[in-house]
Design a binder for this molecule. Sequence first.
Ligand SMILES: Nc1ncnc2c1ncn2[C@@H]1O[C@H](COP(=O)(O)OP(=O)(O)O)[C@@H](O)[C@H]1O
Ligand SMILES: [Mg+2]
Length: 228
Amino acid sequence: MILGVLNQKGGVGKTSLATNLAHTYATQGARVLLVDADPQSKSATRWSSAREIEQLFPVIGMAKPTLHKDLPAVARNYDLTIIDGAPQLAEIGRSILLASDMIVIPVQPSPYDVWSAADTVDLIREARVFKENLKAVFVVNRKIANTAIGRDVTEALAQHEIPTLKTHLVQRVVYAESAAQGLAVEEMEPDSQAAKEIRQVASEIRRAGDNYEAMLATVADTIGNPDG
Ligand SMILES: Nc1ncnc2c1ncn2[C@@H]1O[C@H](COP(=O)(O)OP(=O)(O)O)[C@@H](O)[C@H]1O
Ligand SMILES: [Mg+2]
């Protein structure tokens, strides 16, 4: 299984999500490979270099438009490969879409971020011409604690006909604090709400792999009834 974390916008949480998901799945016993496909920031690689304790999974750099040709041979040796995507670079973005079984799109709960998610959604539509079964889900990230995400955001995400995971990741300093040491949120604050949310997102993604059609039906309901 290859999971691509993608959003054409920078700073939405791709690397935070990719590194934390990789950690969660690795601690659950999966053989995980994390692929850094962002040639400019190389954040996943830097995250891994900052780590002073044992690495739980390898992090390799593969930021090129031929990734979809080169990655499968390497990914074959792992249960799960997670690609940390690059912003803006449509060529690498397309290559990630071709390589992946499922795309996870972190999106911040503001109208601006929802509008700019349309660029990523367009790439997914394009890719589906060749890959009919390409799955995709939105994950709301950096939600302000104790707020509801606005109806406009919920409705706008549903219009893209891509399911949004039920669990939202709340804005918390532990993301930056843990990243600075090459750690996952779960390692730094294992019993925190943040760690719990990440574990829930990880299990929702697993379930989405099996029940994608049912999730899509829920999106259709949201469009019909935005309050429901
Ligand atoms: N849920 C969150 N709470 C607080 N800070 C976050 C959260 N998610 C991401 N960040 C911070 O936002 C910034 C951008 O996140 P990053 O994962 O690097 O995004 P991207 O890879 O999409 O550019 C980083 O400083 C990161 O620590
Ligand atoms: Mg990044």
